[in-house]
Design a protein. Structure first.
Length: 241
């Protein structure tokens, strides 16, 4: 007799399997946020507190767990976009979409890092564009039609604003996690047709805090990433000579 079909009893095996799947996905998201996408399925199983065999019964390899995470995050992005389109105030809808997308990035649930992972198939990357891009276009067009968004703003600009602020999130995560909101506010004020100036929600970092944020990789032993800004600054100075 299949224990899932036990008369009068709950589908215990099915429920336990789903619980373990959820634990593995949550653990994967945490590890990918902390260590990047190099974490193995064994690492994920240990972090989730389940056996390695259980992990491999739920997901055959890391590509499958990335695929499942991608599904969840893409669905979350499209849900935020859908909510933005339902907002009768198109400007508020645009702001909500940007804020929710950046909150996902802040919480380690962003889609961009997954899009750039070679384990994710090309067809999934195309799927993200096909599902998200039309929604962003509608969000932007509605705000233009209502006259609150500057007419030269393009849908891809919304994406690049998120990319720019993702860099702020990554650099200032330990120093001031909400610093990105300061710059989002500046961006948004520059996008409004009435050029209203909004009180900034976060104070600027002082010189010491900025240095701490910029050199975080060095302090934590991640030397491979922290030299790039300095190198570009040197190259720029050389080109001016």
């Amino acid at each position: 007799m299949n224990l899932q079909e036990h008369k009068g009893g709950p589908p215990r095996l099915r429920r336990d399997a789903e619980l373990n799947r959820r634990r593995l996905l949550d653990a994967a998201a945490e590890l990918f946020a902390e260590r990047g996408l190099d974490a193995t399925l064994n690492d994920i199983a240990h972090h989730a507190g389940v056996g390695v065999g259980t992990a491999y019964r739920r997901f055959a390899n890391k590509a499958e767990i990335l695929d499942a995470l991608f599904d969840e995050r893409l669905s979350e992005v499209t849900a935020h976009a859908g909510a933005a389109l339902e907002n009768p105030d198109a400007w508020d809808g645009l702001v909500d979409f940007l804020e929710n997308s950046l909150t996902m990035q802040m919480d380690g649930r962003g889609v961009t890092v997954l899009l750039n992972n070679p384990y994710l198939g090309d067809h999934r990357v195309q799927e993200a564009r096909d599902r998200v891009a039309p929604l962003v276009e509608q969000i932007v067009e509605r705000a233009k039609q209502q006259g609150t968004l500057r007419p030269d703003f393009e849908p891809t600009d919304a994406i690049h604003i998120q990319i720019a602020l993702s860099a702020v999130i990554d650099l200032s995560r330990e120093t001031e996690p909400t610093l990105y909101r300061r710059y989002l506010t500046m961006f948004l004020d520059g996008l409004r047709t009435d050029r209203a100036t909004t009180a900034l929600p976060v104070q600027a970092l002082n010189t010491g805090q900025s240095h701490e944020a910029l050199t975080g990789d060095r302090r934590h032993g991640r030397r491979g990433q922290q030299t790039r800004p300095a190198a570009s600054h040197v190259d720029r100075n050389r080109s001016q000579r």
